[in-house]
Ligand binder design. Structure first.
Ligand SMILES: NC(=O)c1ccc[n+]([C@@H]2O[C@H](COP(=O)([O-])OP(=O)(O)OC[C@H]3O[C@@H](n4cnc5c(N)ncnc54)[C@H](OP(=O)(O)O)[C@@H]3O)[C@@H](O)[C@H]2O)c1
Length: 291
């Protein structure tokens, strides 16, 4: 089967690019801006037809959570309208659309892990734009799977782990919030789950599924930062601070642990614990550093 990956220069797209080289079942087409803009429905449909695409993995998104508060139109253009354009393209050619969404569709007021059927209530522009992208896909109705994930990081791109590694080398101490709880997701593990789904899904079946995926376990950003410093052998001291002490333009949900039972059971996934995943990511980065 031929598979289109959009936003392939981002964290998740790059991990998919790296992983697919070891599997032979499918042929992948990796695309990103400026050549492939997901908001151009005609170009996306033409691409899918020309290359006989059987599945589209949408890794493209506007992911600047704070900037989105001021760049509302840009966030909605990519996260809602882009998702809709790909849904139309996938529907036109009968392809599966595998779309990535976010834990930020929830308001974070719960104290038990969120299931796929829990009510959403996004607290900012980014979360709202991602939610409306999900809804557009459901309304347009191609065969689809929406996978919500949280706290994504990778050796590629910019993310919390890389920021902590940089600050850990520059500073003696730093404050990190301890009252936001969730689960980090190593993008390599999510990419691996996506590859498994692509190898096992039935192209003749019509899917209309929403899933949650992160690594296993629970932590605060403070716990995560502390684990990063320890694992990287950095002596920078991490101090717990409250969200109120670290104001950001976009409001962050306090609790977004995702319940992953549905995806784990449906696709028989063995999901690594977040700490194990972190060590794997840092080990990989060490190997790549010269000397
Ligand atoms: N990062 C997180 O913590 C997090 C958490 C939960 C869910 N997610 C979701 O997970 C998915 C993957 O995130 P990620 O961190 O891998 O994202 P990322 O690193 O920001 O990559 C997104 C890619 O999409 C590209 N892109 C933006 N607009 C596009 C357009 N109109 N057409 C085609 N490509 C476009 C970006 O290009 P430019 O760089 O040139 O804009 C970038 O290469 C996204 O759906 C995101 O919402 C992320």
């Amino acid at each position: 089967m031929n598979i289109l990956v959009t936003g392939s220069l981002g964290q998740l797209g790059s991990e998919l690019h790296e992983l697919q080289s070891s599997q032979r079942t499918h042929r992948f087409f990796f695309t990103d801006l400026p050549e492939f803009d997901i908001t151009d429905v005609d170009a996306a449909t033409a691409f899918c037809r020309e290359h006989e695409i059987g599945a589209v993995v949408n890794c493209a998104a506007y992911t600047a959570v704070d900037r989105a508060e001021n760049e509302v139109a840009a966030a909605f253009r990519v996260n809602r309208d882009g998702a809709a354009a790909l849904a139309n393209a996938a529907k036109a050619v009968g392809a599966l659309l595998l779309h990535i969404s976010t834990d930020y569709v929830f308001d974070g007021e719960s104290c038990r892990p969120y299931s796929e059927s829990d009510p959403v209530s996004p607290g900012g522009v980014y979360g709202q734009s991602k939610w409306e992208g999900e809804e557009a896909i459901r309304r347009i109705g191609p065969s689809y799977m929406i996978i919500r994930t949280s706290w994504l990081y990778s050796a590629y791109g910019q993310n919390f782990v890389k920021t902590m590694l940089r600050l850990g080398r520059e500073r003696e101490s730093l404050g990190v919030v301890f009252d936001q709880t969730g689960t980090p997701t190593y993008a390599r593990d999510l990419a691996s789950a996506i590859i498994r789904i692509l190898e096992r899904f039935d192209p003749k079946r019509r899917y209309a599924e929403t899933y949650h995926y992160s690594n296993e376990g629970v932590c605060s950003w403070y716990d995560f930062a502390t684990a990063i410093m320890h694992a990287a052998g950095l002596s920078c001291r991490v101090n717990p601070i409250e969200t109120a002490d670290y104001p950001t333009p976009a409001r962050r949900p306090h609790f977004t642990v995702l319940n992953k039972r549905k995806i784990r059971e449906a696709w028989e996934l063995d999901i690594p614990h977040w700490h194990e995943a972190l060590l794997k990511m840092l080990g990989g980065m060490e190997k790549e550093e010269p000397g």
